[in-house]
Write a protein that binds this ligand. Structure first.
Ligand code: PMV
Length: 350
């Protein structure tokens, strides 16, 4: 039999939300209760590189992440494999001369270019890279938005990592999830002076996973419904406008209010979920001081499901933001992204 190994590789970047996804209306399909917006970080700094291969010489589907074997039997990974295989099977049916890859075992090998110990959420880049690597292997004619529909089923936030730059995940309305996809608001080149700095407050794994945290929040928080129905739609409109107009004051204000609103619903969850710790709160105060000193918003913090801070600022304010944060919190590890689409620097230890 044909023992040929077919393979394809790709990379996908980490994205950090500035309007947060928190809450599922359908846990199986990863359909969110609200839309969200993210900024994609520099691939030089933070990305997953993935190679997908298939061959009749492989015995079963496997996934290696940073050289350690991962379970592929979970429903998220299975959903991605199933969707991609069925698209390939349809191609093979319409073109019988194509090799029958859809039935072969898959071997996926992924590497993150940032320390796993950094405690940074990597599932977004991970599932985005996995889905695109297999789509490339299968030579699917899918658009990034088509692939976002599949990656969403691996990890919600992964759908936004199919695009660079400024990305919206439209929650959609349909029960089958066909309209719950990512779209580009603007490419990274639209706002090339944007910078992101990551303060690694803790390298430990988060206490409450996003999936279970969201479910308890949706089930118990009274603030949550108001956030999903009133606060987020307002923030979505303001954020898209701020990005299109490159208005950092508006971008920063919504980013910080969004982070605070999300963490308020975590506190309003019962039992409460605490993702921020004392160092996180110290970072918030330093950013407040920086903005007070500047007389306007030149730095904006945001936190996901953990204590690490991501600080957005513009290049011209590097000294006033990164310099001051370095002085105040310089004993922490950190990665400073010089440009959300360009090169990496060793960050806080200037
Ligand atoms: O994609 P998940 O299930 O890991 O959830 C991500 C949730 C947040 O990072 C807190 C917010 C977001 O929009 O990325």
């Amino acid at each position: 039999a044909d023992q040929k190994v077919y393979q394809a590789s790709t990379t996908a970047p980490v994205n950090i939300a500035v309007v947060k996804y928190w809450g599922k209306r359908d846990a199986k399909l990863n359909l969110p209760t609200n839309s969200s917006v993210s900024v994609t970080l520099s691939q030089a700094d933070l990305r997953t590189h993935t190679t997908a291969a298939c061959s009749s010489s492989f015995t079963e589907d496997t996934l290696l992440l940073n050289s350690s074997s991962q379970d592929v039997s979970g429903p998220r990974t299975q959903a991605c494999f199933r969707e991609l295989r069925s698209l390939r099977a349809a191609l093979e049916e319409s073109n019988p001369s194509l090799p029958k890859l859809s039935t072969l075992p898959l071997r996926i090998v992924s590497e993150n270019n940032f320390p796993t110990a950094a405690g940074l959420a990597s599932s977004a880049a991970g599932f985005a890279a996995l889905v695109r690597a297999i789509a490339n292997l299968y030579e699917l004619p899918s658009s990034p938005t088509d692939l976002s529909r599949i990656a969403r089923q691996g990890s919600g936030s992964a759908c936004r990592s199919l695009f660079g730059g400024y990305v919206a995940w439209q929650m959609g309305w349909k029960a089958d999830g066909s309209d719950s996809v990512a779209v580009e608001i603007a490419p990274a080149s639209h706002w090339p002076t944007m910078r992101a700095l990551i303060l690694v407050v803790s390298a430990e794994k988060k206490g409450v996973s996003s999936t279970s945290g969201m479910q308890i929040t949706v089930g118990t928080s009274g603030l949550f419904q108001r956030r999903a129905e009133i606060v987020v739609p307002k923030h979505m409109a303001e954020m898209e406008k701020a990005i299109l107009e490159k208005d950092f004051q508006a971008f920063g204000k919504v980013t910080m209010m969004e982070s605070n609103s999300f963490h308020a619903t975590c506190l309003d969850t019962f039992p409460p979920i605490f993702y921020l710790n004392d160092v996180s709160r110290a970072a918030i105060r330093v950013v407040e001081d920086i903005n007070r000193e500047a007389g306007k918003i030149i730095a904006a913090y945001t936190f996901d499901a953990g204590p690490n801070a991501v600080i957005y600022y513009e290049e011209k304010d590097t000294e006033a933001v990164a310099g001051v944060l370095n002085g105040a919190l310089g004993n922490l590890d950190g990665w400073q992204s010089r440009n959300i689409k360009a090169q990496s620097t060793s960050a806080l230890d200037a």
